[in-house]
Design a protein around this ligand. Structure first.
Ligand SMILES: C[S@@+](CC[C@H](N)C(=O)[O-])C[C@H]1O[C@@H](n2cnc3c(N)ncnc32)[C@H](O)[C@@H]1O
Length: 495
């Protein structure tokens, strides 16, 4: 426990504030405000840490202010935040259509209530409650205008879906965690969790939702919005991805040799002449594979290669005549192909979504390198000998019992040196990070517990899981991109 006095806390807050303001001035950004929200240099996932110096200072300030606030709060109120939160009015504001009907220029309560055919006093009370959380601002009696938060609510359907998902599915399920544990104390079954008790069904959530199209659709929309949050951008994975089949993230010398010489790339008998194959297991609609391929194309272009596809190999004559020059050239990157696997119905949706989208230059280059394949990851992996098997936000959906089954079903496909890349949350260890950073991961751990009897994992949990699946998975290379909510763990199959 931190023994700082109030005066010391305030002094550190003042110092961090001064540093932050200086940093914003240096980059020419305005200060944050309720009206406009955060300036560009601060727009990152607060709890994942900052990708800029200003964002890191903002995170430090939030932590210091949170501690000051908590130390000044009555313990009884620390224990009952659910009794005081913006969702008390926010959910109704979303469900009743107030959020999207609120005009950009602001409105009187009377006009808004008439437009929505709602009782005026109810609309007034909902907005007034929300305004105490800086969502709307009462600029004069009975007239409200937007803040940055309410504008986001008005303009962004994904934000509204996320609020509904939280209030209608997540929170009610967490309130049944204790009942689930009492009823099934040692179960690892997905159907024995809070969500099932709340919804009085013995079907695991995703199977049950298949029979509830409206709720399934809300779930899918909210999750895909959440996945686009800055801390979940696929670019973090793309940048940390082991692009060379035998490289490690931490060993540039090996990485260099693994790229292969130009001769390797052009020798059909060399392993470097085959496309680098990524199997994106539980890859949904293929959005992560698309991002990986687009990143790889940029890498190849930056290195002056022809997208890494048709590698322009010299003729024997050119080769003989230009041996010195040729050897001095930069190594080539292998071309990349992705195989996106998911449940059959998701794969059909992925194919029809891809066909419905208008072709762009980027999609014309990326899409031929993506193949969709229906595959249940509890059954033996059909794609043998790929370079990378990617599990992004997949294993956290499953208890250890089922995560082990997924990993063991993969083993027959693995060749020595193959990578299994996990892009998932790593719950920080004790005192490893500030508690606000840990809190976010632990909040999600509670949701996973309530949903599928699943879990978020610490690094020890991840290594123990892979070790229990098979000792040949080895020790992971761990990459924690700054600003990302997810880590990249790279296990190399030692075969
Ligand atoms: C949380 S989503 C992650 C999607 C994607 N990897 C991403 O990072 O956005 C989990 C995915 O696992 C898929 N899934 C669930 N059970 C599966 C199974 N038995 N076999 C294959 N895919 C499955 C779901 O359909 C869903 O697309």
């Amino acid at each position: 426990m931190d023994p700082l006095t109030l005066q010391e806390r305030v002094s550190t807050i003042a110092q961090t504030t001064t540093d932050l303001v200086d940093k914003l001035r240096q980059v020419g950004d305005p200060e944050p405000s309720f009206e406009h929200g955060l300036p560009p240099s601060l727009q990152t996932n607060a709890c994942a840490g900052g990708s800029t110096a200003a964002a890191a200072l903002r995170l430090r300030l939030l932590q210091q202010v949170d501690e000051l606030r908590a130390v000044l709060t009555e313990p009884a109120l620390l224990l009952t935040p659910e009794m005081q939160n913006p969702s008390l009015s926010g959910h109704a504001i979303v469900r009743l259509g107030i959020a999207e009907s609120f005009p950009p220029e602001g409105t009187t309560v009377t006009a808004l209530a008439q437009k929505l055919r709602l009782r005026e006093d109810l609309v007034r009370r909902l907005l007034a409650h929300s305004a105490t959380y800086h969502v709307y601002y009462e600029s004069e009696p009975d007239r409200f205008v937007h803040t940055a938060a309410s504008r986001l609510l008005a303009e962004n359907p994904g934000m509204r879906d996320w609020i509904r998902l939280g209030c209608e599915e997540l929170l009610p399920a967490t309130m049944q965690i204790a009942n689930a544990i009492l009823r099934y104390p040692s179960s690892e079954e997905p159907k024995h969790c809070g969500w099932n008790i709340q919804n009085q069904t013995s079907e695991p959530i995703f199977r049950a939702l298949a029979g509830m199209p409206d709720r399934a659709s809300l779930f899918a929309r909210a999750m895909s919005w959440h996945a686009r949050e800055p801390g979940f951008s696929p670019r973090y994975l793309a940048e940390a991805f082991p692009w060379q089949s035998t490289s490690t993230l931490l060993d540039p010398a090996r990485e260099q040799s693994a790229v292969g010489s130009p001769d390797d790339a052009c020798d059909p008998t060399s392993p470097h002449s085959k496309p680098f194959t990524i199997v994106d297991m539980g890859g949904g609609l293929g959005h992560i594979s698309q991002a990986l391929l687009a990143h790889h194309l940029r890498l190849s272009e930056a290195e002056g290669h022809d997208h890494g596809t048709q590698q322009s190999c010299p003729s024997q004559h050119e080769h003989d005549n230009n041996q010195g020059e040729y050897s001095a050239r930069r190594p080539r990157r292998r071309s990349v192909q992705c195989i996106v696997q998911d449940a059959a119905q998701v794969v059909s949706q992925a194919i029809s979504t891809a066909q419905a989208q208008p072709a762009t230059d980027a999609s014309r280059t990326v899409e031929p390198r993506i193949e969709f394949q229906a595959h249940d990851f509890f059954h033996e992996q059909p794609v043998k000998g790929a370079d990378v098997y990617l599990l992004r936000l997949v294993l956290h959906d499953w208890s250890d019992k089922y995560a082990l089954q997924i990993l063991r079903a993969l083993i027959p496909a693995l060749q020595p040196g193959a990578k299994v890349v996990v892009n998932d949350r790593v719950v920080p260890g004790r005192h490893e990070v500030h508690y606000l950073v840990e809190r976010e991961a632990r909040d999600y751990d509670m949701y996973m517990m309530a949903f599928q009897n699943a879990k978020e994992r610490t690094l020890e949990d991840w290594t123990a899981l892979f070790g229990a699946a098979d000792a040949r998975f080895g020790w992971p290379a761990v990459h924690r991109p700054v600003g990302s909510g997810l880590a990249v763990l790279e296990f190399t199959w030692e075969g």
